[in-house]
Design a protein around this ligand. Structure first.
Ligand SMILES: [Zn+2]
Length: 274
């Protein structure tokens, strides 16, 4: 058994019984988030071995929760689970979503499960699906495509995916990245008819409305850039991916900030030529 989402509630037990009369031998945690393993306690008993990445065990130790029992077996890089004639490969590739989120691969069935990265048919959930490390979230798309899979399970919304869904989302995220980067570069350029984002233009009114409030200035600056990025990106993707009108702004906001502090694209807040 992989994960135990609380939204399924006790239906999870009926679901298992509808496909097998055999007992559950193992429960694998994809990562520590409660929206994916919050019903684990319904499955956990002395005969069930819970397996997770060592960082998932650590994260769970920070917020002990009886609904998410700690794993019995942890690993660092990879773990192969064999039960009868079935094999599942568990790989850790870095903090692509939260520390401990793993790639779960069934080689015989060519099914890959990586939770909270790709959302087939939809843009990701807010703020790059709450990625704690935006750089690794972006890299995750390439890491997914290295696997030989026919079906992809992402853990949210309404259907499983295929390789094409991963490529489409990678394109969308690349657009968000490019448009966020362009916004920062424009903010460091002189104002003119085609540049509404020059810092010298946008900071003045924010400062006038919020005198001596540094955070208001900065929040207003990031908001203006993220809004530009969201407008340009949404115009292209609306109708192609679900929820582009809902969450593109939050992806833009996350990447404006990540471009600044992770990628070093500091715009007007970087070292200026003298
Ligand atoms: Zn999650």
């Amino acid at each position: 058994m992989i994960d135990a989402p609380p939204t399924t509630g006790e239906n999870i037990l009926a679901g298992i019984r509808s496909v097998t009369h055999l007992p559950i031998s193992h429960l694998v945690y994809s990562h520590h988030h409660a929206d994916h393993i919050g019903a684990a306690y319904l499955l956990a008993n002395k005969d069930v071995t819970i397996i997770a990445h060592e960082l998932t065990a650590y994260e769970l130790s920070l917020t002990p929760d009886a609904h998410r029992p700690p794993p019995h077996v942890t690993f660092k890089d990879s773990y192969t689970l064999r039960v009868d004639n079935q094999t599942i490969q568990l790989d850790y590739k870095g903090p692509v979503h939260d520390p401990g989120n793993i790639f779960i691969y069934a080689p015989k069935q060519k099914v890959l499960m990586v939770i909270d990265i790709v959302f087939p048919g939809w843009v990701p959930f807010a703020s790059l699906a709450e990625a704690q490390n935006p750089t690794m979230f972006i890299k995750a798309h390439d890491l997914i495509l290295e696997y030989d899979f026919d079906y992809y399970i992402g853990g949210h919304v309404d259907r499983a995916g295929v390789r094409k869904d991963v490529l489409i989302q990678q394109n969308y995220i690349q657009d968000v990245y490019n448009n966020a980067r362009t916004a920062i570069l424009l903010s460091n350029s002189p104002p003119n008819a085609t540049n509404p984002l020059s810092a010298s233009t946008i900071l003045g009114p924010i400062e006038a409305a919020n005198p001596d409030n540094a955070w208001a200035m900065f929040a207003g600056y990031v908001d203006t850039l993220a809004q530009y990025c969201a407008n340009v990106t949404t115009e292209k993707w609306l109708g192609k991916l679900g929820g582009a009108d809902v969450y593109t702004y939050s992806h833009c906001e996350a990447l404006v900030e990540s471009l600044r502090i992770d990628y070093g694209v500091l715009g007007p807040f970087g070292v200026q030529p003298s």
